[in-house]
Design a protein. Structure first.
Length: 122
């Protein structure tokens, strides 16, 4: 018998949950969770997926592509226009590391807390 599981939440550690939630809210259009605060903030998607951000004292950002502070996970987002999406996310506070494995197919960016995420051509 296989176990049936539905992904319901992804939570990222960070130094400032409200700042990171605002970045991802502007980037995705997801709705802010009404009980977000300085310790834990979140965004809701219509299908029930929750994207959470929890404050961690002495947060240490991942190091891309090195492993001195492993990324441990990253999120991928599909986009129609890689260049346009990258430009808008950089305006919102993302940064772009020098190491880009295959810029024609996807882009690696870092959110304001340093978590790597990818833009993938739809």
């Amino acid at each position: 018998m296989s176990l049936q599981m539905k992904l319901c939440a992804i939570t990222l550690d960070c130094p400032d949950p409200l700042v990171l939630a605002a970045f991802y809210q502007q980037a995705t259009g997801l709705e802010p969770h009404p009980k977000s605060d300085a310790e834990f903030a979140g965004l809701n998607r219509a299908d029930g997926l929750f994207l959470g951000f929890q404050r961690v004292d002495n947060f240490r950002a991942p190091c891309w592509p090195g492993q001195t502070a492993p990324q441990q996970m990253h999120i991928d987002f599909e986009v129609e226009d890689l260049d346009g999406a990258e430009s808008r996310l950089l305006e919102l506070g993302a940064s772009k590391p020098d190491h880009q494995p295959d810029e024609g197919r996807f882009r690696v960016l870092l959110d304001p807390a340093g978590h790597p995420f990818c833009l993938v051509r739809r």
